[in-house]
Design a binder for this molecule. Structure first.
Ligand code: GAR
Length: 208
């Protein structure tokens, strides 16, 4: 059984999708903890009501980024994860933290990376006149929103879209591609080589 720990900052809908799919599809894995950097993160209630350990490492209670990262690593390590997932976790993690979990830490980002790392991805995509947007699941490296890409979803921009309608449609695809990527990881069906990720069964790594 692979042990999964999920970091969130708010709603946690991606975390919920992973917890549900893990149970429904009987992955050889278990979500053992959900950790938030905000005590009011709504996703914590879902974790508690599903019998999953819920913890908070409040970034505002820490004197520096380094202190926050160190405290977070301490709490994460208590749950001995095989896989650490960032799911709407809105804090930048320093290089020491990232190196500690590199190769066993995934993130989902709401853009077709390497386009639009950072915040306000849908607004920026609309402003750039993009006709196609999407989301990316990738291994986390010290560079923000970079790292070997596991899977992407593609979503067309429709006439009349604003950043909210676009965010909703992209989020629906996130709930498909993130659980799938995690399932591949825990089933040992991903291989990384030279910064590229291959799905060993030849399954499509894009959701259109
Ligand atoms: C998701 O759209 C996720 O891709 C994004 O935040 C949202 C969290 O929603 N993440 C980032 O922007 C990270 N750079 P959720 O809390 O309902 O999963």
């Amino acid at each position: 059984m692979k042990r999964i720990v999920i970091l969130i900052s708010g709603r946690g809908s991606n975390m919920q999708a992973i917890v549900r799919r893990c149970a429904e599809q009987q992955w050889p894995a278990q979500v053992v903890a959900v950790i938030a950097n905000r005590p009011d993160a709504q996703g914590l209630d879902f974790a508690r009501s599903h019998g999953i350990a819920a913890a908070v490492v409040d970034h505002r209670a820490q004197p520096s980024r380094e202190a926050f990262d160190a405290q977070l690593a301490q709490v994460v390590d208590r749950f001995a994860p095989d896989l650490l997932l960032l799911a709407g976790f809105m804090r930048i993690l320093g290089p020491d933290f990232v190196r500690r979990y590199q190769g066993r830490m995934l993130n989902i980002h709401p853009s077709l990376l390497p386009a639009f790392p950072g915040l306000h991805t849908h607004r920026r995509a609309l402003q750039a006149g993009c006709k196609l947007v999407g989301a990316t699941v990738h291994f986390v490296t010290p560079e923000l929103d970079h790292g070997p890409i596991v899977m992407q979803s593609a979503v067309p921009v429709l006439a009349g879209d604003d950043e909210h309608t676009l965010a909703d449609r992209v989020l629906a695809t996130e709930h498909v591609i993130y659980p799938l990527a995690v399932r591949w990881y825990v089933e040992g069906r991903l291989q990384q080589h030279d910064g590229l990720v291959r799905q060993l069964d030849g399954a499509s790594q894009v959701l259109m």
